[in-house]
Design a protein around this ligand. Structure first.
Ligand code: MF3
Ligand code: CO
Length: 247
């Protein structure tokens, strides 16, 4: 079931998003070579709980941490650990915050020190894919146009779009209808309605789009071992376009 959020719900989601944005900034400042991903997770847990909120991911279907940290060929859902970040890597950080009854969800991919031009282009194009996608968002638009634009931008830059994972509606639950694929056909899919809230999250691979689940049951990695990037925001559909809550 797709829900349209009330003014009250949206103001709570904005409060949730504020905590999420501040947590992302805190982690961004702490991404450097030598930092273990579990230290980033601890910083996020402390920040979110001190703000009176709850990390959405912790214990979600048994997920053991507050954030996801996905390094290089890891696409999403990497579990924070004692593994230390190394110069030249890229790390996707995905965070969910639950506050006053509402979830928000956002992700960024950060460079660790100096990275290759190829990885930098992957980060840049993945972010651009999000903005290409939301350029199609507004009341009455079709969801297929959003995915189509994301896919077109990724592929025209020589990258590929992950098929096995998609964005989603979000609100009282972290995953609500509709599914928001990062691929699609123009003029297809459901019609967007003002007040719908969506987590739009391109996952873009430098090589082929095929992914596999690792033995920990969570981490998704590229099959070809090439790097992948992730960029996500929670947005509200408006009459004229989209309002980004987590930026
Ligand atoms: N942001 C992720 C998503 O949109 C959620 C991470 S899965 C979790 O699906 F288990 F870590 F919560
Ligand atoms: Co999400």
């Amino acid at each position: 079931m797709i829900t349209v959020k009330s003014r009250e719900a949206l103001s709570r989601m904005k409060a949730s998003a504020k905590i999420l944005k501040d947590t992302l900034s805190l982690l961004e400042e702490n991404v450097k070579a030598g930092v273990a991903t579990c230290e980033l997770d601890r910083l996020a847990y402390e920040y979110i709980t001190k703000a009176g909120a709850r990390p959405s991911f912790l214990n979600y279907n048994g997920y053991p941490a507050s954030v996801c940290t996905s390094i290089d060929e890891e696409v999403v859902h990497g579990i924070p650990s004692k593994r230390k970040l190394e110069e030249g890597q890229i790390v996707g950080i995905d965070i969910g915050v639950f506050f006053e009854g509402y979830h928000t969800d956002a992700a960024r991919t950060f460079p660790v020190g100096k990275i290759s031009p190829e990885k930098q282009k992957l980060i840049d194009v993945t972010r651009q894919c999000f903005f290409e996608g939301i350029a199609a968002v507004k009341d009455g638009a079709r969801l297929g146009d959003v995915g189509y634009r994301i896919q077109r931008h990724a592929e025209s830059n020589g990258f590929s779009v992950v098929r096995d994972l998609v964005g989603h509606g979000i609100g009282e639950s972290m995953h609500e209808d509709p599914s928001v694929p990062n691929f699609g056909k123009p003029g297809h899919g459901i019609r967007l309605i003002e007040g719908m809230t969506l987590a739009i999250e391109p996952m873009i691979n430098a090589g082929s789009y095929h992914v596999k689940w690792l033995d920990d049951g969570w981490t998704v990695g590229t099959c070809d071992g090439k790097p992948s990037a992730h960029y996500e925001n929670t947005v509200v559909v408006t009459k004229e376009g989209a309002e980004i809550l987590t930026l």
